[in-house]
Design a protein around this ligand. Structure first.
Ligand code: ADP
Length: 549
């Protein structure tokens, strides 16, 4: 329900001022915010002013309902556009209906009104002079300006606060990024240092091996001369002969020379094995024959001791694919140790097949090795203190290195007083490979390789270059790739670099080049035999499967 509280006929500027006054007072009575009071007053004054300036008049009604302040302007012509537009910006709702414009401003809720008192206040305002209204307008302007100033100051304060925050964030950021940069620099330096250290270690280890190899060679020649000369000197048929005392001395020289020569030979062996210069020649080795030769070789060492030597090939396969020289070296070392450190009882060599391994055991009933020293005896030059019986301390480390070169492993168990057992575990049997891919641009060599691989693989596929190989690897489950190093298009190195980690790879090359890091092994085309191929593939697979376990 609308209640009209005042009505004013506006014909001139005086009326405009009065209208403004009325609007403002009503807004104040309704407890509108000061800003809104000014808005209402300005809306009333603008709409009536714009009518008056074009010579029109209007009747203004000031009223309320439960929720709104309502102003109604009834013009005696078309409502002035300019005034309506201004009012639209200042009021909450403005509706034009013919010559009537209805303007609404929402009232703040919960303000109790004493209607007669409001009417009284409006009535008191009505006969205001133009000067009063001008003063009031000025005050409004000043308060609006004040308001603006306050807002500006608030904005300025906010802005400077923002700037400060930004500066803080920037400082924090630069501090953090500096710290990060410093950390990064530290990490990079650390890596460089590590690289340098490992490079120095590698060089040191290489030069140690070279030194040993050279020194050994240099020493061997004069040593052989000394030993030869002592033999001549001790020859009873020699001119003049030597008396018993001199003969004894010459014999001492000969024995010392022989000990030295053994040391030098051992050193040379170890140096060769360490530097990878040892030439491995895999072939089918007849184990029965090899064991027979070994037995004959070591038997004299036990002469005069109550020690039985048993070398048994029972349970051993007829042949094993390995390097005969290396295998003989390992077993001779183990047997001679066993005999050396056994005063009575038995030294026994036996062999058996266990899964994909040939297990050769050398056991003795000798003095044994204290528990804490089992790993030390594999260190170069280490000898169990207090029980020296000649030797150089190089036998076991050499044997263990050779075992690893053959793809096997050496393990020792021992108990002081009851004896020592050393177990050599060597790969045995034909490897079972699923799918092998051969990548080589030389079609005829591909044929040769595929022929050699046929007994080893369930399935063989071939590629003419690295690119084709990659496509085939993506389309098939490939277990092993044999790739030529130099191929047109994608070469072996590039192919290997792009292979999934699950695929093992062997480089087969005619060129004299080192193996790329990703290759599990490198085979030379001119040395390729079915035995070498099988030996290498078996080694690679054993390594992969060992790592997977
Ligand atoms: P060495 O030339 O002294 O025999 P090895 O490297 O072959 O050197 O062995 C290292 C040490 O391990 C030996 O000096 C010895 O103390 C101990 N050793 C090796 N084999 C046996 C064994 N069968 N019984 C007892 N001790 C052993």
């Amino acid at each position: 329900m609308i209640t009209e509280l005042a009505r004013l006929d506006v014909r001139d500027l005086g009326g405009v001022y009065a209208a403004r006054q009325l609007g403002r007072t009503l807004a104040a009575c309704l407890d509108l915010e000061p800003q809104d009071q000014i808005r209402v007053a300005t809306a009333v004054s603008e709409i009536s002013r714009s009518a008056v300036t074009v010579g029109r008049g209007a009747v203004l009604a000031f009223g309320i309902d439960d929720f709104d302040l309502l102003l109604t302007a009834m013009f005696d012509g078309a409502p002035p556009d300019e005034g309506v537009a201004a009012a639209s910006r200042l009021m909450d709702k403005v509706v034009t209906d013919g010559k009537v414009v209805r303007m609404t401003k929402w009232r703040p809720p919960g303000v109790l009104l004493d209607l007669p008192s409001v009417k009284g206040q409006l009535a008191a305002v009505l006969p205001q002079s133009a000067t009063d209204e001008l003063r009031r307008q000025n005050q409004d302007l000043i308060s609006a300006l004040d308001d603006l100033k306050r807002q500006r100051e608030r904005l300025l304060a906010l802005n400077s606060e923002l700037q400060e925050t930004n500066r803080g964030v920037m400082a924090l950021y630069s501090e953090l990024s500096e710290e990060l940069e410093q950390t990064n620099r530290g990490v990079v330096a650390l890596y460089a240092e590590l690289d340098e250290k490992s490079e120095r270690l590698r060089v040191a280890s290489e030069s140690k091996d070279r030194f040993w190899a050279n020194v050994s060679h240099e020493l061997r020649t004069p040593l052989n001369s000394i030993i030869g000369l002592t033999k001549l000197l001790a020859d009873p048929a020699a001119d003049g002969g030597l008396d018993a005392e001199r003969l004894y001395q010459v014999d001492l020289i000969k024995n010392s020379g022989t000990v030295l020569l053994t040391l030098v030979n051992d050193l040379l062996d170890v140096a060769k094995a360490e530097s990878g210069q040892l030439h491995i020649d895999p072939a089918r080795v007849n184990l029965h024959a090899l064991f027979g030769r070994l037995s004959a070789l070591v038997r004299p060492m036990a002469e005069g001791k109550p020690v039985t030597i048993v070398v048994s090939a029972d349970g051993a396969p007829d042949t094993i694919l390995t390097d005969e020289v290396a295998l003989t070296s390992i077993l001779r070392n183990l047997l001679s140790n066993a005999i050396k450190y056994t005063d009575r009882g038995e030294v026994r060599l036996s062999a058996r097949v266990s899964g994909p391994s040939l297990v050769i055991t050398v056991s003795d009933t000798g003095i044994g090795i204290p528990a804490g020293l089992h790993s030390h005896v594999f260190e170069e030059f280490y000898q169990v203190p207090g029980i020296r019986r000649g030797g150089t301390g190089l036998g076991l480390p050499y044997a263990s290195r050779l075992a690893r070169i053959l793809g096997g492993n050496l393990e020792l168990t021992s108990e002081p007083g009851s004896g020592t057992t050393v177990v050599l575990d060597l790969p045995h049997g034909t490897p079972a490979v699923g799918t092998i891919l051969v990548a080589d641009d030389d079609a005829s060599f591909r044929q040769v390789l595929m022929g050699m691989l046929a007994p080893l693989a369930d399935r063989l596929i071939e590629a003419e270059d690295g690119g084709q190989a990659l496509v085939l690897v993506a389309q098939n489950t490939v277990d092993l790739v044999l790739a030529d190093m130099r191929m047109t298009g994608l070469d072996g190195v590039a192919l290997l670099a792009r292979l999934p980690a699950s695929v093992s790879a062997i480089i087969v090359t005619g060129a004299d080049v080192p193996a790329p890091p990703r290759a599990a092994a490198l085979l030379r085309k001119d040395e390729l035999t079915p035995d070498r191929l099988e030996f290498t593939i078996r080694g690679v697979l054993r390594e992969v499967r060992g790592a997977a376990r």
